[in-house]
Design a protein around this ligand. Sequence first.
Ligand code: NAD
Length: 303
Amino acid sequence: MSSTVAFIGLGHMGGPMAANLVRAGHRVRGHDLLPGLVDAAATTGVEPAGSAAEAAAGADVVITMLPAGRHVLALYREGLLAAARPGTLFVDCSTIDVADARAAHRAVTDAGHRALDAPVSGGVVGAEAATLTFMVGGGEAEFAAAGPLLDAMGRKAVHCGAAGAGQAAKICNNMILAVSMIGVSEAFVLAESLGLDHHALYDVASTASGQCWALTVNCPVPGPVPTSPANRAYRPGFAAPLMAKDLGLAANALRSGGVDAPLGLKAAQMYADFAEGEGADLDFSAIVRTLRHGGANPNGTPA
Ligand code: NAD
């Protein structure tokens, strides 16, 4: 069944996601603070709206794809919830703090609407190809209601639990990824110092207990996995600043929950430093370079 969707935030992710909803037969009214993005979306069939509230008026579903929790909460509290008709389904696909996601759920339901948090993985490539994975928090009925829209924008949607569970799953997964990427990178740097060839380490670890996505898909050194960003000068991929952002959210949740996770916190600090410096435009796997700094073999060629 086709729905009328308000889509707020037509950036790198939101633009192609909104276009895929149009392609699937939904009526989409889009808004972004940047008029150029609204114009670009119009070329894909998204109807331009002069404000978020205008887009939301009369819509069945309001989807937000915004930079951070403060943007989502400000928008919700400053008129968007009031502009929607009662019972509208609000689906926030932005990656935001778990606490902010829970506050957003409360604001939505207090205003007489329905809410889901539905952050994504898959990046811009997944947004364009409609192959995103959605991690969803909220009620069973809301998850079912959003199903056709999530199917139009992605390949998989996992119902993770109640309000905030989607955001929780996203930051937990990315904490695993960051720690494992640093671990794989350190192992390659150690191999270099020991004179062990990259391919030899890869051939062993990829079929042994060191096997993981950071090694076998996004291998941080060029050669063993020809499609990994390391083979194209670390062009992203998954950009280091996005990893730093997600780890910052994980660190917030660790601290506020009093959870002792030294590796997660260390990874968050390493990626924050890397993203501010040489990693600003690079894939997150390029952190292997910083691990070589100060080492005996800065070029990364097997000794
Ligand atoms: P982006 O900066 O390209 O897009 C965000 C858009 O929101 C911008 O165009 C901005 O103008 C707009 N915006 C901000 N406040 C607004 C408001 N009040 N009203 C209307 N528009 C407003 O960012 P992006 O890369 O599309 O990422 C969006 C979200 O998706 C972020 O939370 C990010 O962490 C998450 N995410 C991004 C990727 C990725 O690869 N880019 C992958 C997974 C998740």
